[in-house]
Design a binder for this molecule. Structure first.
Ligand code: HCB
Length: 214
C-alpha cells in the first residue's frame, strides 16, 4: 500500500538531491496509486524545489545541482501531467502564457499552462525568454481573453510592467485581462503595475483566470 505522505516526502527529497531516476519513479508510483497528480506537484516536487532554492541562496548548493534538480522535476511533472484528467469539456477561454524575456525559468509557468488546459482553456504557451512583442502579437492573433506572464527574477519582473504599456499602445488593454506570477512577484506588484490579477500558484491561477472571465 503506497503512503501518500511518503510519496510527497520522497518527491521533495528527489528534487533536493537532484535524483532524476527517483523523481520519475515517485511520479509513476503516485500515478499508479491514484494520488492526485497536482497534489504531488504542489506539495511534493514544488516544496523540494523551494527548499533547493533556499539552499542555493545560502550557497549550500550550486547551479549545476539546481540544473539537474530542475531536469528531474520536469520529467516527473511530465509523467504526472499526462495522468491529469480533463475537468472541463467546454472551452472556458483563450489564454496566452509565457515567461518574460531575459528569464529562462519555466517550470512554474509550464504547470500553470497545464492546469489552465485541464480546466478548459485553449492555451498558447510561448515558452520562456519571450519577447514582449510576442505576447502582444499572439494575443491579437488568437483573440486572447487573458495573458499570463511569469517572472522569477527582479530583473525580469519589470517586463511585466512594460507589457501593460505595450498592450495599451496596441489598443488591446481593454480587450484582454492580465495575470502575473512567479517567485518574485506579489499582489502589491500586480497592483502597482495595473495587472488584473496575481496568482501565487497554479490552483490560484485557475481560480483568478475564471474570475476574470466571469
Ligand atoms: Co534560478 N533563480 N536562476 N534557476 N531558480 C531563482 C528564481 C532565485 C530566486 C534563486 C535565488 O537566488 N534565491 C534567483 C532569482 C533572484 C532574483 O532575481 N530575486 C535565481 C537566479 C539568480 C538564477 C540565475 C541568474 C542563476 C545564475 O545563472 N547565476 C539563472 C537565470 C538565468 C536567466 O533566467 N537568464 C538561474 C537558473 C536556474 C536553473 C536553470 C538552474 C533553474 C530553472 C530551470 C527551469 O525553469 N527550466 C532554476 C531554478 C529551478 C530556480 C529556483 C530554485 C526554483 C524555481 C522553480 O522552478 N520553482 C528559484 C528559487 C525560488 O523560486 N524560490 C531560483 C518551482 C515552481 C513550481 O514554482 O514559483 O516558478 P514557481 O511557479 C509557481 C508560482 O510562482 C505560480 O504558479 C507556479 C506553479 O504553482 N506562477 C504563476 C508562476 N508563473 C505564473 C504565471 C502566472 O500568470 C500565474 C502564476
Amino acid at each position: 500500500m503506497v503512503d501518500k505522505e511518503d510519496i510527497l516526502r520522497r518527491a521533495a527529497k528527489s528534487v533536493i538531491e537532484a535524483d532524476q531516476e527517483e523523481a520519475e519513479r515517485v511520479a509513476r508510483e503516485a500515478v499508479e496509486a491514484g494520488i492526485d497528480p497536482f497534489l504531488v506537484i504542489n506539495e511534493g516536487f514544488s516544496k523540494g524545489m523551494a527548499e533547493a532554492g533556499e539552499l542555493f541562496e545560502r550557497g549550500e548548493l550550486y547551479l549545476p545541482h539546481l540544473i539537474v534538480a530542475s531536469e528531474g522535476m520536469v520529467s516527473a511533472v511530465n509523467i504526472l501531467e499526462a495522468a491529469m484528467p480533463h475537468k472541463e469539456e467546454k472551452k472556458v477561454g483563450v489564454a496566452v502564457i509565457g515567461t518574460i524575456e531575459g528569464d529562462i525559468h519555466d517550470i512554474g509557468k509550464g504547470i500553470v499552462a497545464t492546469m489552465l488546459r485541464v480546466y478548459g482553456f485553449e492555451v498558447h504557451d510561448l515558452g520562456r525568454d519571450v519577447p514582449l512583442k510576442s505576447f502582444v502579437e499572439t494575443a491579437k492573433k488568437v483573440n486572447a481573453d487573458i495573458i499570463g506572464s511569469s517572472a522569477l527574477m527582479t530583473t525580469t519582473m519589470t517586463g511585466q510592467k512594460i507589457l501593460e504599456q505595450e498592450l495599451k499602445n496596441a489598443g488591446l488593454r481593454d480587450k484582454v485581462k492580465t495575470m502575473v506570477g512567479g517567485a518574485v512577484v506579489t499582489q502589491r506588484w500586480a497592483n502597482k503595475i495595473g495587472a488584473d490579477a496575481y496568482a501565487e500558484n497554479a490552483i490560484e491561477a485557475i481560480a483568478k483566470a475564471r474570475e476574470l472571465l466571469d
